[in-house]
Design a protein around this ligand. Sequence first.
Ligand SMILES: *Cc1c(COP(=O)(O)O)cnc(C)c1O
Length: 397
Amino acid sequence: MNTQEIIAEGEQYLLHTYNRYQIVLDHGDGMYLYDTDGRKYLDFCAGIAVFALGYNNKELNDAITAQLGKIVHTSNYFYNEAACEAARKLVTAAGMKRVFFTNSGTEAVEGALKSALRYAYDRDGQGGHEIIAMRHSFHGRSLGALSVTMNDHYQDPFRPLLAGIKEATFNDLESVKAAVTDKTCAIILEPVQGEGGIYPAEEGFLKGLRGLCDEKDILLIFDEIQCGMGRTGTMFACQRYGVKPDIMTVAKALGCGLPIGAFLTNDKAASLVPGDHGSTYGGNPLVCAAASKIFDLYEELGILENVRSTGDYLYETLERFAKENKEVIGHRGIGLMQGLEFSMPVSDIIKSAQAKGLILINAGSNILRFVPPLICTKENVDEMAAIMEEVMKDLNA
Ligand SMILES: *Cc1c(COP(=O)(O)O)cnc(C)c1O
């Protein structure tokens, strides 16, 4: 099939839940993607902050292929070595105690919410507990996760959602305190808001939340699905703030494209018992072999050091870009998770960049999101900046 035929087939048979770009991706290598017409793109999207190690990493491919030849699926009625190994590496890196593997981010959030509700139920012997979530948060599309995704556009068609969800304002501790009642069992937030527009938490806010949760016996849930796995230069974003959650969710880069997510708990929040929760595929050997190898490769390749140095360079580069372009009204972010806010929608910028061989995505209509693979170099940043300059020149022509 040629490119147009593939797109036509997709339009006919796929449910129309996305307005897709008119590009059919074929293969990738390192920081670059290639479409079915052989066009090459520098990738600053990484499949939405997923492909941390870049495309076609040979060692990762070999680990996945080796597992493929042994066993792909076992069910959770049995142990498998890859899951136990991945669990140890993830729990250790996160400084938590236990992990449950899921197939996606949204399922990780479901498990986190259930853990909090179960904890409070065990404590009080009754239900009706409340969870506080932040305006402009994003936690996923399944009904529980959607209930704490405080965005009317996503929520309105599907109401009523979970009962007992209270809203507070990100980086406003007083607004959280005002939402606390004696029914509150958890507070959920992203240490760096992703889809909502790349908003990093302030240190005082996270420390204040930790204090509030300790004082009132509320569980603190950090959704590290996008900002975790090294994206901000520490393995998990909360580690740069020195604040530990009771429950953490992880996905996206955890499998570098293989579908795996996880929720982790400390001792206190390890509330779920046999019969409370499960997953047919969750933690299957194939995805866990990938996750396990990814932790080794992060060390071997010095991923965190690279994110810190390239991230700083990206920050300087985008600061300069913001000063030189009057359409840019904001620049935020940490490490290789940054955003540029424009005074207008960025859809035309994204399309123009694509035509010039650069893949970027938005985070909200006016914000350009920069979330490249974590192997991104300073040269890649320069290459991106040169294309962006051309894009802005065309835009103003
Ligand atoms: C992407 C994302 C999710 C949802 O993950 P899926 O794998 O798409 O279900 C949840 N929380 C955050 C912070 C995310 O960025």
